[in-house]
Design a protein around this ligand. Sequence first.
Ligand SMILES: Cc1cc2nc3c(=O)[nH]c(=O)nc-3n(C[C@H](O)[C@H](O)[C@H](O)COP(=O)(O)OP(=O)(O)OC[C@H]3O[C@@H](n4cnc5c(N)ncnc54)[C@H](O)[C@@H]3O)c2cc1C
Ligand code: FES
Ligand code: FES
Length: 496
Amino acid sequence: MTVQKQPGPMPSQPLTFLRRGQPVTLPAVPPDRTLLQVLREDLHCTGTKEGCGEGDCGACTVVLGEAVDGQLKLQAVNACIKLAHSVQGQAVFTVEDLGGTHPVQEAMVQCHGSQCGFCTPGFVMSLFALYEDTGGGQGVDHARAQAALSGNLCRCTGYRPILDAAARMGELPCPAGARVDEAAVLRGLRTLGGARPDAPYQRPPTLEALLKARAAHPDAQVVAGTTDVGLWITKQHKTYARLLDVTGAAELRQVETYPHHIAIGAAVNLTDAYAALVAERPSLAAFAHRFAGLPVRNAGTLGGNVANGSPIGDSMPLLIALGASVVLMRWDPKRRAIAHRELRLEDLYTGYRQNVMRPDELLCWIKVPRPAPGEWLQVDKVSKRFEDDISAVCLAVKLRIEDGVVREASIGAGGVAATPTRAARTEAALLDQPWNEDTVMFASAVLRDEFRPISDMRASADYRRAVLGNLLRRHWLAHQGQRGLRLETLDLEALA
Ligand SMILES: Cc1cc2nc3c(=O)[nH]c(=O)nc-3n(C[C@H](O)[C@H](O)[C@H](O)COP(=O)(O)OP(=O)(O)OC[C@H]3O[C@@H](n4cnc5c(N)ncnc54)[C@H](O)[C@@H]3O)c2cc1C
Ligand code: FES
Ligand code: FES
């Protein structure tokens, strides 16, 4: 067992995780210390690199292993914005653990996948997660590799040799011990406990415990995947003496299916939440792929996206168009029971990143209606980078067209107002109108006029307005069968 002493003026608590099959314990880690700081500064494992410090480059990628329903779930995440205590009781794999002879590393060498080498540990760890996920790198083509590497940037090698390495790794001999021994890791995890209930970083294991902790500490900073909050720490240098992590609550990590809706727990990560949305509506696959990159989707949650309420957040225009609602919950000490209320998603927001949540309330569920017969849905995101970038403008349109007439219209827009919003005037312009080019041109003009977007580094106000109207026209063309305009027909491989 490795024990590391660490002084610090902040409140702190012990942290234990599994590494190379052994528990690693640090006796006093402040609640807002990042996993990257612990690895590089406390454990002196400097193989994991720090590039951007904001989840954008992937240099800090590590792989986490967690027991989920008795199975080991391995996922690549960005250590720079992952809080150290969020990995309490989990297994952490870093590039040092691969030992230099792993087939992933050998394939990178053979395919000349590294030049200056700064990004290489991050690429290797993303490939390691893919290697494990594909039973030893079997059947990995460029598209699969590109999806796995969507959170990694390389400034000098170029991506083709790295994609070649991904395809090659499965063909190389796998030395003894290269594959993760799932049973051994699960055994190791069972020996690790959770944090003390009164610790400054709390991750309660049940919904009731979580809501009670929220009631007891309404001043605590609530966190989920910290793909937003992590940047407040690394970039805005905010410090937090008390943090409440919602991702331990087993109930909130479930997706439940009912006859008329699915309920996505707020702590379901974006990878799984979008998988559930895509299972209901396969046409969303291309949009889901464009939410950040894989390590951010593995850590970030749908609840965090919705609760953060960024006007350029991607999920909300879609969820508004789908007619989603949110369930807020709190512990009622008088009734000694959980109290809840449900509201339409768009009614959650009161202003720029402001919402109606009480200090003792948490966002617990996002309820998404299931597809109705005749539903037509299109959602488009316009951003500067294809992957790993937030929207300048996002438009989601859901229609029901009967006998050539628009009978239902539901439109969510992002990037055009202080909050994610419904385009109510445009919906009215479409409703009960013939679904033809004249109606669409008129509705596009209404849509352009409906909002007063701001100019910022992502786009000017004029650009945003123009794009918004164009997207509606694009949706119309897509509906008419001009599939060349649909994002899912883009050749992702050609963009490599
Ligand atoms: C590189 C990068 C790329 C990104 N790309 C995109 C993108 O393409 N599209 C996009 O929309 N976003 C993007 N993001 C932003 C971010 O990933 C999302 O907003 C994500 O969903 C946040 O979820 P989280 O679990 O990490 O939230 P956290 O960072 O943990 O929390 C965010 C906020 O929500 C609150 N919160 C979290 N859970 C709850 C809860 N259950 N109840 C009450 N409050 C809660 C927290 O208090 C905090 O205020 C990106 C971020 C990075 C770093
Ligand atoms: S250092 Fe760039 S993603 Fe972490
Ligand atoms: S090898 Fe230099 S940044 Fe990728």
